[in-house]
Ligand binder design. Sequence first.
Ligand code: ACM
Length: 379
Amino acid sequence: MAFSHSGESGPWRVGVLFSRTGCTAVIERTQLYATLLAIEEINSAGGINQRQLVPIIYDPRSDPALFARLAKRLIIEDRVRNIFGCYTSSSRKAVVPVVERLNALLWYPTPYEGFEFSPNVIYTGPAPNQNSVPLCRFLMRDFGRRFFLVGSDYVYPRESNRVMRELVLKNGGTVVGETYLPLGALHREFVPIVRDIKRLGADVIFSTVVGDSTIALYQTYADAGLDPKVTPIASLTTSEAEVRAMGCDVGEGHITAAPYFESLNSPTNASFVEKYRRRFGDDEPPNMCAEAAYFQVLVFARAVEQINSADPDLLRLVVAGIELEAPQGRVAISHEYNHASVWTRIGRLNREGRFEIVEGSAGPVDADPYLIGCGRALT
Ligand code: ACM
C-alpha cells in the first residue's frame, strides 16, 4: 500500500501513542511529556530542514486493542509513517502487526523482555542483557540466592521472569516462589503475596509488576514491616515516576536496573532535568522511560535531516548507525537488531526518593535481544 507522507514541503507529521489514563498512565504520561519536550525543542530550533514537527496525539487508555486501532488510524487516516509510543509489551505486540502490514515505524522507548525483532520497530529501551543480567549478578553477590518472582500477568513479566529464573538457576540460586496478579491489582491483592515472601524466606524479590500496581506492591511490602536493606525489591521498571506516587519513605532501599536515573551527574543530564522540570513542574523528575522517549525523537530528527524523508524504508537504513549524546550518555542504534546500545546501571533508592547509582557500565552496551552472546552465566 503506498502513502504520501508529509509531502515535500509541509510539516513532518508524527503519531504519539502514550496513555494519559488507565493503569499504566503513571509512567506513560511521562513518556508523552518527554516526546513533546523533544518535539518542542526541535521546532524552536527551526524544525527539521526548516519543516516543523507536528505530533498527532491520541490517548490509548492503557488498552492494547485501542493501541492497535489508533495506530491504524494514525497510518491510514492521519497519514503518519512514524509513531512514538507504547509502554506495555502487550501494547507493542498489538501495534507491531499494524506497522508491519502498513509499513510504518514504531519507536518504542521502554525496557522489554527481548526475543523480538521487527524491521518496523526501533527499540530504544533496554533488553535483558542490558538490565536483567547485571541486576542478577548484583543481587546474587550482595543479597543472596533465594529469589521470589512477582509480576503483573502479561507477556513482559512472564518472559522477564523466565529469563531471570534461568539466570538464577544457572548460577546456583533458587526461585522460592513465582506469582502473578492482573494489571491494576490493588493493595489487598498483594497482602497474601507479601505474606508468602516472608514465610518462604526470600533474599530478594524480583518484581515485574508495572503501572499503578507497583505502588500497591511497595506500599503493602512497607506495611508488612519487611526491611529493604535485607530483602529489597529489585525491578527493571520501577522509576522516579512510580516512586513519586508511592512516597519516598516507602521506596527507600529498593533497587532498579536501568540505563538512566534522574540523579545522573553530567552536564547533558543536568540540562535535560532542568528543561523537563521547567516545562512540566518542579516536582516532576524525568525517568528512564521519559529519557528514552526524549532521545528517540532526537534520533528520528537526526535521521530525517540526513535524508530529508520520513519514509520508513529509507529511514531505517540511516537510523542504524546514528549515535548521539543522550541524557544517559552516548547512545547508538545497532545495525543488527534496530535496538539501542544503552548504559547499564544499578540504582538504590535513598530517603529523598532519588536513585544512588551503585554500579554501572563504562559505556553503552550493545543490545543482545536473543541473549546469544552473553550466554546465561553471569561471569
Ligand atoms: C513492558 O511491558 N515492556 C514494561
